[in-house]
Design a protein around this ligand. Sequence first.
Ligand code: 26Y
Length: 823
Amino acid sequence: IWKKFARKDIKTKEDFEKDFVNHVETSLARSMYNCDNLAAYQASSLAIRDKLIIKWNQTQQTQTMLDQKRVYYMSFEFLMGRAMDNAMINTGLRTPIKESVSELGFSLEDLIEEEPDISIGNGGLGRLAACYLDSFATLNYAAWGYGIRYEYGIFSQKIVNGYQVEYPDYWLTYSNPWEIVRTEIQYPVDFYGYVEEVPVYEGATEKKKVWVGGERVLALAYDFPVPGYGADANVNNLRLWSARPTHEFDFAKFNSGEYQNSVEAQQRAESITAVLYPNDNFDAGKELRLKQQYFWVAASLHDIIRRFKKSKRPWREFPDQVAIQLNDTHPTLCIPELQRVLVDLEGLSWDEAWKIVVRTVGYTNHTVMQEALEKWPLTIFQKLLPRHLEIIYDINFYFLQSVSKKFPGDNNLMTSVSIIEESNPKQVKMANLAVIGSHYVNGVAALHSDLIKLTIFKDLVKVFGGDKFGNVTNGITPRRWLKQANPKLAELISSKLGGDEYLSDLNLLKNLEKYLEDKEFKSKWQEVKTFNKTRLSKLVKDLTGYEIDPTFLFDIQVKRIHEYKRQQMNIFGVIYRYLQLKSCSPEERKKFQPKVSIFAGKAAPGYYMAKRIIKLINNVSQVLNNDPETREYLQCVFIPDYNVSKAEIIIPASDISEHISTAGTEASGTSNMKFVLNAGLLIGTLDGATVEIAREIGEENVFLFGHLSENVDKVRASHLFDVKLPSSLETVFQAIDGDVFGDSHEFKPLLDSIRHHSDFYIVSDDFNSYLEAQRLIDETFKGDHDIWIRKCITSVANMGFFSSDRAVEEYAEMIWNIEPLSK
Ligand code: 26Y
């Protein structure tokens, strides 16, 4: 019977239409008379989701049957963006569904616009996790993501009077057709309480420690199917946890009539997964965040262990079945939690357990900046997780014992590698714990991986040796960042390469070099760029009211606003250009390459300087775009509320994009890869993955400038006495001080951090070389345009290395020791 009635896969247009109508009428309880775009989007999503679930079930069954090793990618953030378009592309159903939808009276583009972004991440780290999920599924790895189902994702950003104003991002308003709630999967998670000594077994004299939790909540699982690319590809799982109250009720209070108070604890439970912390690369050390981390780690490990136990294998085989990857230190509690489960609950010896922990866990570092390194005050830790703190002390004790044996008397070394920082208050250094408790540590770009060995982990390298540390350069998925974001370019490439194979084997792009002399190809290439610039101009008009001209050079910087990323230097450069234009005659102005500088990005709500940078960009925009003398040559816009779906429109429209962080601060960057893959060139410092991009596509195709990372310390040291501004920057500051861009008081802190507070990000030192790179861009762009287009084509042709498929394969081989499953 089962076989006879098993749900059929969607293969034809008709299959989809049948499912669509079914969902409108039953799942949504609507009819053809009141099916609006929202309902049509929901019904389409449900129909596509059904298809994914069938494959999801098959994939999971096969993976369980084969009993192969699985990877668990632990990430506090997943910046998924929209799901529907991606699912249609990956399953190969986009064209038939587009036709169906149109026959049903809708436009597919409109339906796509109905979907809110899944924005449960801040920036690069969260988007990287999303790209890796796509590659896991596409390459047939048995790999799950684990995260938190925040009810509020990253805030949405409005610009009011030039200032950023934050609004809550409640992305679940119209429910979410892409998630499946697993009511049968719920685990209790405890907090607070105390540690007790109990007999190892009833009646024994030997004692062991156990944790008696003081507050309990439930973790409820929500699953998101992650489809791989290809008609018959696997569908993997992203499991997100949501906090619920336990149903243990305070009856004493209830019976005495205190109804409200009796449910108070329950209400508190739900606050754990209510909101994503909006900090990116900055650690604020809030207790609720540690609570979120433990909640998610405990639930995920419970789930992993339950699955492992079903296999009835001995514990020592755990690392042969399970690989846990820590996406930064946010899930580092996996280390003491797994140790606690194995020792306290499963009765393994400390040493046996520790070997298992270390063999299971791998750690990816995403920053060298001190302010982004997680540290938890012991007081918070002690209160929230008393047993874990003891375990961390024990881990540290055994570790330091081994260090002192190897390096007797080296107290500085001991202090530096210790998990505990003897500061006031004392703190747990999560990065040290992550290194000590894992078998491999990787950075995210070649330069960054070298730097962590020389800086934050220098002493740990001494202890463990360099072989424990390596590099996996980040990658991006060409499915979303080429095919989905830039369908016109993808189509043009397919027409030349004879199909879509390059989307799953990005090195095939190399063949584009054959067409460098092909005039027709190059003119089509240009048409695609113009189309994408026009598309972005429309978005800019809708969101800002400003009209920008697609024939201008589009110069784009989109990313979180951060001093180290130096949006301030970019806007100073814009001001410099404006002042130059103002000072020349109308005739001379005509020599300028018309250009629009486009910015977008969110500032952490508590990040004062970043918010001032946004204000300055907006004030400058207002002046420039309204200046009749210069606006034919220079404009500036700030696009509000940058997110994944906007990135898909913005990135394909660039001629130039800016990756201008102070050398040595940006771990990798991934938008640099997205921009080049979408036929834009880069201006950048030799930082993060830009170094490798230049290596792959040729240095002559990147506009590089600025001090090298190995010199930054020296340059900084020279500021201790005096910051000398170049006259170019001096002129810019004079204009700002002179209220040319509104009340100069608002920008004083920004300028002072450079001229009076030692210019930590060396803007003053890099400014002239930045302007020189900009000059070269103008010259190249304005000159023989064929040269420009050749640069773009050559660059795209050599981007194969930056596919997330390559990155994930490196992880699989170097760190996880897993092979893809056959389909
Ligand atoms: C401690 C906490 C508040 C915190 C929260 C979020 C710390 C860091 C982050 C996010 C970091 C992040 O997104 N890092 C970026 O990771 C990308 C993927 O590896 C890199 O490309 C990028 O250079 C790096 O800044």
